[in-house]
Design a protein around this ligand. Structure first.
Ligand SMILES: Nc1ncnc2c1ncn2[C@@H]1O[C@H](COP(=O)(O)OP(=O)(O)OP(=O)(O)O)[C@@H](O)[C@H]1O
Ligand SMILES: [Mg+2]
Length: 316
């Protein structure tokens, strides 16, 4: 059965490119896994898949099992310890894993895109997964329409039906915007798309809203802030909160490629001090993420999602 073992599905949508859908998807996934949930990320951005890069697994390859493609592990589940609560696993699936070279251009016509989305939704063997987060391309294109159509046949937005059957619950969509009006007006279109396709809107996250100081985490507003909040109010949608530009998060996910070449002289000198050898930090991404400024915000978003699922599960 397609999506067998998946309990809840959450889409991450935005009308505009580059507002942080993939980063928000990843951070929600990490935060949900830190709440002890098993999580999967399905990246259906066929022309610009970015999840493999963000999780630092660009060279990973997909393997086949008798039940379908196996998603790539990002981290395993970990039991509760003295210092931290139990952690759920995180796995992901992306077209990026299937491309030979990440520079490969993918130029596909509509029908082929639709077929690929169908295959992605049907042929991945997720196993027990509490939350499947779907990272989407910008806009309301062929991919979105194919995704919505296919999801509505493979899952149900009705909590009671999902609770009584083994069909995954299509919990809804998180909309991502930046504060600027041009981005928020595109998100309105996305909210409209959800209404038309009967996908519940869970809330709005305003990303890149202000700037978090890398030293102390204090947030200053370089540009405007609050556009997403106003839009959410106008549309009667839950405003989940603001996420400032977090340079350290950027470095955590994007810094891997260029790593040491970009160190400045002062850094190098400090590292060369005797007694202070630089050990590579080999901990999984989730453990490093936990220490950043953005985590507490995403922890709140994850709790909001979990609270909503639990309060409506089995409701008739
Ligand atoms: N809050 C943030 N703080 C720092 N960097 C961020 C933040 N949000 C996003 N970024 C960075 O901005 C860039 C674009 O983000 P991302 O790839 O998540 O956007 P997207 O909406 O998925 O883009 P696309 O439309 O191309 O899929 C990335 O380099 C990402 O690391
Ligand atoms: Mg993206």
């Amino acid at each position: 059965m397609p999506l067998e073992g998946v309990k809840n599905i959450v889409l991450v949508l935005s009308g505009k490119g580059g507002v942080g859908k993939s980063s928000v998807t990843l951070q929600l996934a990490l935060a949900l896994s830190l709440q002890g949930k098993s999580v999967g990320i399905l990246d259906i951005d066929l022309t610009g898949p970015s999840i493999p890069r963000l999780v630092g697994l660009e060279d990973a390859k997909i393997t086949q099992s008798p039940n379908g493609w196996l998603p790539v592990p990002v981290h395993d589940a970990a039991p509760q310890s003295d210092s931290s609560p139990a952690r759920g696993s995180l796995r992901c699936m992306s077209l990026g894993f299937l491309l030979r070279d990440r520079g490969d251009a993918v130029i596909w016509r509509g029908p082929k895109k639709t077929a690929m989305i169908r295959q992605f939704l049907s042929d991945v063997s997720w196993g027990e997964t509490d939350y499947l987060l779907i990272d989407t391309p910008p806009g309301t294109s062929d991919e979105h329409i194919a995704l919505a159509e296919q999801l509505l046949t493979l899952s149900t937005a009705d909590a009671a039906t999902a609770a009584q059957t083994n069909v995954p619950r299509l919990y809804g969509a998180v909309l991502v915007t930046t504060p600027q009006a041009v981005a928020t007006s595109d998100v309105r279109k996305e909210a409209n798309f959800c209404v038309k396709t009967s996908i519940p809107v869970l809330g709005v996250i305003e990303n890149m809203s202000g700037y978090a100081c890398p030293c102390c985490g204090e947030v200053s507003n370089l540009f405007s802030s609050g556009g997403g909040e106003v839009m959410a109010q106008q549309l009667g949608i839950l405003f989940m909160g603001k996420v400032p530009v977090d340079v350290k998060f950027g470095e955590l996910v994007e810094g891997k490629m260029e790593d040491s070449d970009e160190e400045d002289e002062e850094d190098k000198e400090q590292k060369e001090q005797p007694g202070a050898p630089e050990e590579p930090d080999l901990r999984p991404l989730v453990e490093k993420y936990k220490e950043g400024w953005s985590y507490p915000r995403f922890e709140e978003f994850a709790k909001t999602l979990l609270g909503g699922v639990e309060s409506t599960a089995g409701a008739s």
